[in-house]
Ligand binder design. Sequence first.
Ligand SMILES: [Fe+2]
Length: 269
Amino acid sequence: MLFGGAAACAADAFWIEPGRLSVSRESILCPRLPAALDGLRVGVMADFHFKPDQDGPLVKAAVERLNLEKPDLVALPGDFIDADPAVLDPLLDLLKHLAPAHGVFASMGNHDGWTGKASLIRKGFEKAGIPLLVNRHSALRIRGETLAIAATDHIWLGKPDPAKTLRGIRPQTPVIALVHEPDYFDDLTRHRPVQLQLSGHTHGGQCRVPVLGYAPAKVKLGEKYIHGCYERGDSRLFVTRGMGTTGLRVRFACPPEIGLLTLRSAEPA
Ligand SMILES: [Fe+2]
């Protein structure tokens, strides 16, 4: 029986779970979010580490699912590739079909940055029509309010410049920040509070202990904030467990995830 149980877990972890899409819905109360932006819906996908032969159907299904959900924005906070930049174009050929009302925004992950091919990556995103924000922000007008979408460079061996990223955003303007590595939350929010930081990097641990949810494998800059919602002062953080895998293509009690976040400006009555 023990052997049978272990074999079933291994089959799930190696062959089933890495391709089993899940959707996590979270309602996040964001202090000082203008009332006009109450109910704003943000889709989040990260950490593709794209392997075209194995992950194509998963990403295609995720794009179709997100489009059906009709979010206002989609954020893609990094790790599009694992090591080979040649897989970026086939991935972007899928991601360019995302069609939220107010745009798709991407940021660099450490694996993207470690290729040393930043210009190639930038060109890929330009061609796909998806803004890749690196130490800069973009101002959107939504329902008569300004919303800043900001993103730093990746943190682990990158050149993050939070001052440059946030420069020029008025104090009362709400900010959604894409930062690949979640533990940078404490540093970023020392510069200014952000309504929401969106991160990936941890893969939620990739393999977790069922029921307990404990994630034994930790990654640098993803040890404090591993998966889900967190807060620090007036700032909020959501960490997605991501879509893909790094190292062995294995996931256990931690399936690929689309995050679907509804931002709230006040507690529901
Ligand atoms: Fe990753």
